[in-house]
Design a protein around this ligand. Sequence first.
Ligand code: SAH
Length: 234
Amino acid sequence: MSTGKVWLVGAGPGDAGLFTIKGMETLQQAEVVVYDSLVGQEILSRIPESARCINVGKRASHHTMPQEQINQVLVEEAKKGHRVVRLKGGDPFVFGRGGEEVELLVKEQIPFEVVPGVTSCTGVPAYAGIPVTHRDCASSFHVITGHAQRDGEIRIDFPSLARLGGTLVFLMGLARLGWIAKGLLDAGMKKDTPAAVVENGTTAKQRKVISVLSDIEEKAKEEDIQKPAIIIVG
Ligand code: SAH
């Protein structure tokens, strides 16, 4: 039997209307779909009935399937000759560990394609009415993970970020919102720098809190903002 193929497909931030045409076409040809928890229900409902679905649903605190095992599933299913779609929230190469999956596919000589998606870094602020750049006040934007690295350490170079003057977008940072805000303030950012937190952006459940850096943590707590959420500063 000949080797199958793996498509790493970005599902966008939630709203099914933000799923690309190419992504949808690829999904409809799938024999096996491996997806995680950030993929919207409406997109999941478009998976062909004949396809086998594997939910590897990861959320920061309780991984249902370790990354090594996900990689293994992709390789095994492709080696069986299947057309495998690895469906990921947002864009597969933005904090989605898509790079790690591709490394293994290259090593195992499995054909693959990447179908980019609308990333939450820009899609979620847009639905919340926040342009990440603006000619008058933000000539760059920077995307930072608030999640710990492989060694469990979390390193954010706050002084550099504070100096850049661009819009800062933090993913996976809600649990450390207070720590992030303090880091930026200690690094010299003004207390009244605009800050926002958007939960479940682009979906019907979207909620947002807009405030200033010095009290964004308190405001987000008051509103009981939950994951998935992004933090926008500047
Ligand atoms: N590959 C994804 C990001 C994966 S990391 C992308 O390109 O968007 C997961 C983080 O993305 C979450 O912790 C959250 O910070 C952010 N995120 C993804 N979808 C989101 C949504 N609909 N609303 C708010 N934040 C979201």
